[in-house]
Design a protein around this ligand. Sequence first.
Ligand code: HPA
Length: 266
Amino acid sequence: MSDAADIIAAAKPGFRPKIGMILGSGLGPMAEDVKQATVIDYRDLPGFPQPSVEGHAGRLLLGEIGGTPVAVLQGRAHFYEHGRADAMKVPVRTLRAIGCDDVILTNAAGGLDPAMQPGSVMMITDHINLVQSSPLFDESGNSRFVDMVGAYDSGLRERARDAARATGVTLHEGVYVWFSGPQFETPAEVRFARLIGGTAVGMSTVPEVILARQAGVKVAGFSIITNLGAGMGDAPLSHEQTMTMAASAAGALRRLLNHMIADWYA
Ligand code: HPA
């Protein structure tokens, strides 16, 4: 049986994406920005997950954004679906195998800084793996000892700041704290996340960063802040609220990313 990279190569012969992207909750519509898209369902890609979460489509799009060849994963699998941190191992490694040097990871998150209101966009500068799980638990050999210093690439962060200025998007920056979910945090957990230096809390992305860094892929990460952390605001937390808020705030991040990607090789 062919592996996912072979199937992708056969679906779009000669196509070599430079940038991979994983679209989180609410950012799915960004797939519409991919031109000349060839679409492959995760079902047809061995080792790709079947997303079980509303708002995660489960499709790979191969095409161009602003002339830059991209591979866009519309939908991810999360640790909380099966308790496995390696749910995105095959997709992330496939992005590397088909040519991606850089990956842009996006998610929805709860904000820990009251100055960062719902609807804000935050660039991830570092993370705290509070779950203390890893997609590399079953591996052997030395490549599992991944250096996580500078995991969120400083050159890509600079590009993102430039794109934010050019598009007029206010770009916050901060540390993403990974909670397993699927339940939201308790107010005490949110106070703890603030104390240890967190700026946002969320249920994804961290395993993908570890996999990308192991594969030698540079990472940029962005959160759409859909709510204040548990106990910090009055609004009750729910997935519906996350999706609604992410969708309404996605426009700004979409503008920023389209600009950043189009300029990539300019
Ligand atoms: N916590 C964890 N994940 C989230 C949140 C939150 O408050 N909001 C959106 N995703």
